[in-house]
Design a protein around this ligand. Structure first.
Ligand code: ATP
Length: 356
């Protein structure tokens, strides 16, 4: 396995720039997710790593080798871009063996490799079945088997679970992660689904309009989002944003929203008077009678293990609170809100960047 280093990568299609100055390292054995909305440049980034698209500028290193302009076939990388892309007229064994046979590997060795991959993926009992008779989950496993036997330096996967229903996607996420824990294969995985990324990734790169907005472990991007975009994209229901205007001095640990004093993590630097946003996740909103931050309950949504209460503050902001199902809030109720101070993020309203 090898490290992948992407250095100031840039890709323009005529006037349109799909990837802008992207720099990141996928460490040896890491499961790295490129996450972002449709059209943000994830696939283009992955295709450049694979060699299916050439960079406009910048470099890609596989281990120590600069592969930026090498043909895809000359890069020792397996691209699992559509797990359903199997040869339908062949059985499972021949599908998995295909690349090894084309390389001219001796029959016995091919057999051994295929059996081993099938054991890892728990599909030994399916080896002689035609792929046309397999369930979608088993087809995914076969597609993975084809990638595994090549023993590539890295795996690239583009929305491999995109076609599956939600429940099955969750199962496959667990399987992919378990497989990764066994193989420790350097993996770059593209998805627009934050749940997939949160469940599987060691590191997530969140992309927006061709730019990586934040790189970090799932917990880090969730708890310390670098921008409004990241805060909003990660988490469901998404983060609440309450606008306020303030100047803050380094060390200040309270802000005022309307008549209410709200405790926040201490500012690390002075902030001149300007429009800011107080960001708080729904699970960090509490109801407290004595709070001056008043709000009216607009509705409740029962989610089984929790209830999401939607409120409008007296200042006109919409806030969603994720509360215990036993919480008695009803539409029309007037309540006071409090936030868990340590979990509040502050953002510059104009640039969207987090204040650190
Ligand atoms: P999706 O999940 O929808 O594929 P993505 O984040 O993977 O989204 P890309 O496929 O990388 O996005 O595309 C980024 C942008 O580049 C899109 O606006 C797309 O239309 C554009 N683009 C991609 N390939 C080409 C191409 N060959 N020619 C012109 N524009 C392209």
């Amino acid at each position: 396995m090898a490290e992948i280093r992407v250095h100031h990568l840039h890709k323009a299609f005529a006037e349109f720039t799909a990837v802008k100055d992207s720099t990141f390292t996928v460490h040896n054995g890491e499961f790295f997710c490129l996450l972002g909305p449709s059209g943000c440049g994830k696939t283009t980034t992955l295709r450049m790593i694979a060699g299916l698209e050439l960079p406009t500028s910048g470099q890609i290193f596989l281990g120590d080798e600069d592969v930026s302009f090498k043909r895809a076939s000359a890069r020792d990388i397996a691209f699992v871009f559509q797990m359903f892309a199997l040869y339908p007229h062949m059985n499972v064994r021949r599908n998995i063996a295909f690349s090894l046979v084309s390389q001219g590997m001796p029959r016995e060795e091919v057999g051994r490799q295929v059996e081993q991959a099938a054991r890892i993926l728990r599909i030994t009992h399916l080896l002689d079945k035609p792929v046309s008779q397999l369930s979608s989950g088993d087809r995914q496993r076969v597609a993975l088997g084809r990638a595994i036997v090549r023993q590539p330096l890295a795996f690239l996967m583009d929305e491999p679970l995109g076609a599956l229903d939600a429940e099955f996607r969750e199962v496959m996420c667990q399987e992919l992660r378990a497989l990764h824990d066994r193989l420790h294969a350097t993996t770059v995985y593209v998805t627009h689904d934050q749940m997939e990324a949160m469940a599987m990734a060691d590191v997530i790169a969140i992309m927006n309009e061709g730019v990586i907005e934040q790189l970090g472990a799932p917990l880090e991007v969730y708890e310390r989002p670098a921008s409004v975009f990241v805060a909003d994209f990660i988490g469901a229901p998404s983060m609440n944003f309450l606008p306020f205007e303030a100047a803050m001095a380094s060390g200040d640990s309270a802000i005022t929203i309307g008549p209410a004093k709200v405790h926040v993590p201490a500012a690390r630097e002075d902030v001149s008077a300007r429009a800011l946003l107080c960001g708080v996740r729904p699970e960090h909103v509490r109801f407290r009678d004595d709070s001056m931050l008043r709000a009216e309950v607009l509705g409740t949504e029962y989610l089984g293990t929790s209830t999401v209460v939607t409120l409008a503050t007296a200042q006109g902001a919409t806030v969603r609170a994720k509360v215990d199902v036993a919480n008695p809030a009803r539409r029309g109720d007037h309540v006071g809100l409090a936030f868990d101070a340590g979990a509040v993020s502050l953002f510059d309203a104009a640039s969207g960047r987090a204040l650190r």
